[in-house]
Design a protein around this ligand. Structure first.
Ligand SMILES: [Ca+2]
Length: 146
């Protein structure tokens, strides 16, 4: 068949860029966990409906969920009346006692948005947060943040 050319023969001694990419993207091997998009939708809804913490620590915000979300105000900053601004969110997607994601929120004056969220992900559910993303509140959603 025309155009069906073969590439260079594989070189077993040196991993190709393709195979190393595949190896690092092995997140598909993790155990069944809640969908982070589902968690994010629920968290976003919480910010619309509740938005503030009654105490600086709120453990297991969604007790009926198959995942666990804890919210914190770490340093007492952002206190309004008797409520606290959420600075940090921890997410355990499968409730195995190991955090899968850590989100850190801070106010920023840069750009159109006012809240920047750093998202750190432990793809192997071992609390080694090796992937980082940032949402700059600019409508672009999570962007890689190496
Ligand atoms: Ca977990």
């Amino acid at each position: 068949m025309p155009g069906c050319s073969r590439g260079a023969p594989p070189d077993d001694r040196k991993p190709s860029a393709e195979s190393s990419t595949r190896a690092s993207a092995s997140g598909g091997q993790v155990p069944a966990r809640a969908d982070i998009d589902e968690v994010q939708t629920r968290v976003d809804k919480w910010f619309v409906e509740v938005g503030w913490l009654d105490e600086r620590t709120q453990a297991d915000v969604f007790k009926d969920a198959p995942y666990r979300v804890d919210m914190f105000n770490d340093d007492g900053q952002g206190r309004v009346a008797e409520t606290y601004w959420v600075q940090r969110i921890w997410i355990d997607l499968d409730r195995d006692g190991k955090w899968d994601e850590k989100w850190t929120r801070k106010l920023t004056r840069k750009g159109p948005g006012s809240i920047e969220t750093l998202r750190e992900v432990a793809p192997a559910d071992d609390e080694r947060f090796t992937m980082r993303f940032v949402d700059r509140d600019d409508g672009k959603g999570w962007q890689p943040n190496p």
